[in-house]
Design a protein around this ligand. Structure first.
Ligand SMILES: *[C@@H]1O[C@H](CO)[C@@H](O)[C@H](O)[C@H]1NC(C)=O
Length: 351
């Protein structure tokens, strides 16, 4: 792996001195977690949390709604592109996740899911524990396609990305008295971080050696959060962002500790909080004009979990200057800014 990477670097150095050593440096990518990375698994399960109708996918290749909670590409698509893949690996539950396609990895994520399985079960989503079981099944399919020794090297050289945690707060803790009356936010954050570390350790146990774990975004800046919890203010809700920061701090520390214990594991905390916070509080600095209102969704009345659907009125004609596509999800343009902000950390993982 190293040798191949160095060779690629040498080629790039001749052709283009600024190129980095990422293209072709991992054989496959595996994604786990929530809507920030799910490319359409929810289309294949019984849930109302789906993005399989327009205007979702409006700016995606072919202008189709694929199940991505975005107008265009997700962070998972962009990570795939940066690593030299022509597309992100398919949703594991889709018919495309078969045969030689499996060689490039698979996407196990489920929009709306959390670290804490009850969060996902409440909405009929794929809990993280089940996503790992699906990965285990994937490994056996990969062995059938590639043979066990090639499968083993794919598993250990692949990049693994985990994105979770915000739905546990937004769609469980904040609205569920059984949780908020019995657990402080600190304790709930500890619970989530414990699950995150256990998940990473399980992936390591199955052979993963390059793992990126997303922080949670500043969910107090999501248009839905400002509408519901903002008491008429149009600013990010500080209490919610404090909870996100608290979780991120614990998660970052736990990842640090784990990396000291597992010496052959490359693991990076991928900070998406900072770029999303900057986009949300000073959009102009990044060339954006709108952050309070989502392109699809009014920013004042959000009564449906579907957020944005074919009946949504007033969807903006061009989302390129909107930070938020719907009231919970960044636009493709924002995703580009976010992915660039942690490109360096991804390089560390794949080098
Ligand atoms: C949206 O605006 C951008 C920047 O002005 C432009 O490049 C792009 O072509 C527009 N897209 C559509 C679909 O009109």
């Amino acid at each position: 792996m190293k040798v191949r990477c160095i060779l690629l670097l040498a080629v790039f150095l001749v052709a283009r001195p600024t190129a980095d050593c990422t293209k072709g440096s991992v054989p496959a990518i595996m994604f786990f977690g929530d809507s920030l990375v799910d490319v359409g698994n929810n289309d294949y399960i019984h849930t109302i949390v789906k993005a399989n109708l327009p205007p979702y996918g409006r700016d995606f290749e072919g202008n189709v709604a694929t199940g991505r909670f975005c107008n265009g590409m997700l962070l998972s698509d962009m990570i795939g592109e940066k690593l030299g893949f022509s597309s992100s690996p398919p949703a594991y539950l889709s018919p495309q996740a078969a045969g030689t396609n499996l060689l490039n990895g698979a996407n196990f994520a489920s929009a709306g899911s959390g670290y804490y399985d009850p969060t996902s079960l409440m909405y009929g989503l794929i809990p993280l524990s089940q996503q790992l079981k699906n990965f285990k099944e994937y490994i056996s399919k990969l062995v059938a396609v590639a043979g066990s020794s090639q499968a083993q090297s794919i598993i250990s050289d692949s990049l693994y990305i985990l994105s979770s945690g915000s739905n546990d707060f937004a769609f469980n803790y904040y609205i569920n008295p059984l949780l908020y009356k019995t657990l402080t936010t600190d304790h709930f954050a500890d619970l989530l971080v414990g699950i995150s570390i256990r998940t990473v350790t399980q992936l390591y146990g199955m052979g993963a050696r390059r793992i990126g774990v997303f922080s949670v975004p500043p969910f107090g800046c999501f248009p839905l959060a400002i509408t519901v919890f903002g008491f008429g203010s149009s600013k990010c809700v500080p209490g919610l962002n404090d909870d996100a920061l608290r979780l991120n701090k614990k998660l970052n520390a736990a990842i640090d500790l784990l990396s000291k214990q597992l010496h052959d594991l490359k693991i990076e905390f991928l900070d998406i909080y900072t770029p999303v916070y900057i986009l949300s509080t000073s959009p102009g600095s990044q060339g954006f004009t709108e952050t309070r209102r989502a392109c699809c969704g009014t920013g004042t009345v959000e009564s449906t979990i579907l957020l944005c659907n074919p009946k949504s009125t007033g969807t903006c004609p061009n989302a390129t200057t909107y930070v938020y596509w719907d009231v919970l999800h960044p636009s493709e343009a924002a995703n580009k800014v976010i992915v660039d902000s942690f490109a360096q950390s991804i390089n560390q993982l794949v080098i």
